[in-house]
Design a protein around this ligand. Structure first.
Ligand SMILES: Cc1cc2nc3c(=O)[nH]c(=O)nc-3n(C[C@H](O)[C@H](O)[C@H](O)COP(=O)(O)OP(=O)(O)OC[C@H]3O[C@@H](n4cnc5c(N)ncnc54)[C@H](O)[C@@H]3O)c2cc1C
Length: 390
């Protein structure tokens, strides 16, 4: 089968033998897959809806684990680049209660830490450096996916163009458009997360900067989590996580245009908390609040293998954000690329082998992440987290 653009009538990569592979989504997992397929000499095309890497604020810091995220960087020969960008001191974590009492601290000695932090934007930049320019098509929003009678899938784009592909990989995140081809599983609402920023913290908010320290802090109580984390660009990211129903954000009327009202509502949530903690709220940049619902797929979501479509990353196993999602998406990318290379000419066998391992691995990690999420918003969260991390 050839990849035919229904609008332009042009075929895809000329001279290519083997199945035509398309990846939808150029997030962390999609970029690893594209880079690893290139390393294995397998051609693929990646469609990303954003216009480029800088289309959005890059988001916070991620800690990469040796057996997953760091392994992917190693396989992509990006370890030196990672070490240049990573912040080992970012592993410093303090757990406090609502009274500001320090209950636990994880502070690895220099050289002892295993999970250095890296800014999400820096990570995506590194991964993109391993993806050939001709592979990635920016600003291509896939709005429809449809199976073809003889196998393969037809993609439809926001501008009405269409193209047909032999093998489709959904790397399109938690709200995946590809997922319904394989499973009826849907993400379940868990909580709301309010994210705010303090830019140029050392310069503009030196007291707050010293209070947050080189890594992050978490203050827990009243089924709330108030977090602060330093990024490599000198920004401190403040987060508020609260157990809610999925309509809560809409009812709160958080409005960046009414900053005084928004700050007052945030203070109401933390009434009675230590003033040094609530000072974090006052230090945030006016207008910086982004509110999002946190969701997860049911733990152990799986499907019967199809020979021409699969998923990776959040599309396959959206988990609560407790430090595994990006790491597992990166490992998925490595292992799917390897399976495709090893089963050259038989994508069905490659997908079945990849999914067998991926389902088992991510079911276990998803269960652990779900437990951690429960614990993080439990009434005695501070004590229990301190017992784990202290
Ligand atoms: C607040 C928060 C904190 C987190 N902290 C951590 C952490 O510390 N450590 C960790 O490991 N994980 C963390 N995670 C989870 C991590 O961000 C995700 O698991 C990871 O980004 C998943 O990568 P992905 O490539 O599967 O999906 P994404 O990063 O969501 O990428 C999907 C890509 O697909 C594109 N796309 C979507 N739909 C379409 C379409 N229709 N057409 C074309 N393109 C499309 C999107 O634009 C996007 O670029 C956190 C998540 C949140 C929300």
């Amino acid at each position: 089968m050839s990849a035919i653009n229904r609008k332009t009538g042009q075929t895809g990569q000329t001279g290519q033998t083997g199945p035509r592979i398309v990846i939808v989504g150029g997030g962390i997992g999609g970029l690893v897959l594209a880079g690893m397929l290139h390393r294995h000499g397998v051609a693929a095309t990646l469609y990303e809806r954003d216009a480029g890497l800088d289309a959005h604020a890059p988001g916070g810091s991620l800690d990469l684990h040796p057996e997953s995220g760091q392994r992917a960087l190693d396989e992509l020969e990006l370890t030196a680049g990672f070490q240049a960008e990573a912040r080992p001191e970012g592993e410093d974590l303090r757990i406090l209660d609502r009274a500001g009492k320090l209950l636990g601290r994880r502070a690895p000695e220099p050289g002892d830490g295993t999970r250095p932090e890296i800014d999400r934007g820096s990570l995506r930049g590194l991964l993109l450096s391993k993806v050939p320019d001709c592979t990635i098509r920016w600003g291509r929003h896939v709005t429809g996916v449809e199976p073809l009678p003889a196998g393969g899938h037809r993609l439809t784009f926001a501008d009405g163009a269409q193209s047909d592909w032999d093998v489709l990989v959904g790397a399109d995140g938690g709200r995946s458009r590809v997922r319904p081809l394989l499973t009826g599983a849907r993400p379940v609402h868990l909580s709301a997360c309010l994210q705010l920023t303090i830019t140029e913290a050392d310069l503009r908010r030196p007291r707050i900067s010293r209070f947050v320290g080189p890594g992050s802090l978490m203050a827990l109580g009243d089924n709330l989590n108030l977090g602060a984390q330093r990024s490599g660009d000198g920004t401190i990211r403040v987060s508020v996580t609260v157990r809610t129903d999925d309509g809560w954000i809409g009812r709160q009327r958080f409005d960046n245009g009414d900053w005084t009202g928004t700050v007052a509502r945030l203070h109401d949530m933390f009434a009675g908390w230590d003033p040094e903690l609530t000072a974090l709220i006052d230090a945030c940049d006016p207008g910086s609040l982004i509110a999002r619902n946190i969701e997860a797929l049911p733990v152990g979501t799986r499907w019967s293998s199809h020979p021409d479509v699969t998923l990776l990353g959040d599309a396959a196993h959206l988990m609560p954000p407790v430090g595994e999602g990006a790491n597992q998406a990166m490992l998925d990318g490595v292992l799917l690329a390897r399976a495709i290379a090893e089963h050259a000419g038989d994508p069905g066998a490659a997908i079945a082998a990849y999914e067998t391992e991926m389902f088992e691995r991510t079911a276990e990690i998803g269960a652990g992440s779900a437990q951690m999420e429960q614990l993080g918003l439990a009434p005695d969260a501070a004590e229990r987290m301190a017992a784990i991390f202290g």
